[in-house]
Design a protein around this ligand. Structure first.
Ligand code: DAT
Ligand code: MG
Length: 139
């Protein structure tokens, strides 16, 4: 099996709450390898590409606005089965019910907003990872 790569984003809530180091440490502690890392002020154009699959959903516009509200940390992590491994570390989408021990479960909660501020994004398949890495890091 070949080594996989996944795109990880620390969303504006994670960066604003000074959790970037703690989140990256969990991923590294699991054994995945940090291949690329940068802090980015995302543009609407970039986010429209990134969240293409969610266009038209009720949370889409609040999601894009949230992702524009502050800097994001973008990273590429590598390792066998890192795509599913990171999704497991992140926990389920809703931070209120994400399992304790996960990033979203331990650091996240509901803030009463229209969008779930859940600290991190991780690619959900090999195709998404390839597409998203191109969007955030280029070829
Ligand atoms: P995930 O980030 O777990 O892959 P997703 O791709 O379905 O989840 O959705 C992208 C983001 O949109 C998610 O991280 C938070 C937000 N979101 C998803 N479903 C939502 C909902 N029902 N209400 C509010 N925000 C939502
Ligand atoms: Mg997703």
């Amino acid at each position: 099996m070949s080594i996989e790569r996944t795109l990880v984003l620390i969303k504006p809530d994670g960066v604003a709450r000074n959790l970037s180091g703690s989140i990256l440490a969990r991923i590294e502690s699991k054994g995945y390898v940090l291949a690329e890392l940068k802090k980015v002020n995302a543009t609407r154009d970039l986010l429209e590409q990134h969240y293409e699959e969610h266009v038209g959903k009720p949370f889409y516009e609040p999601l894009v606005e949230f992702m524009l509200s502050g800097p994001v940390v973008a990273a590429i992590f590598e390792g066998h089965r890192v795509i599913e491994g990171f999704r497991s570390l992140a926990g389920t989408t809703d931070p209120t019910t994400a399992a304790p021990g996960t990033i979203r479960g331990d650091f996240g909660r509901d803030w009463g907003l229209a969008v779930q501020q859940n600290l991190v994004h991780g690619s959900d398949s090999a195709d998404s990872a390839e597409r998203e890495i191109k969007i955030w890091f280029g070829e």
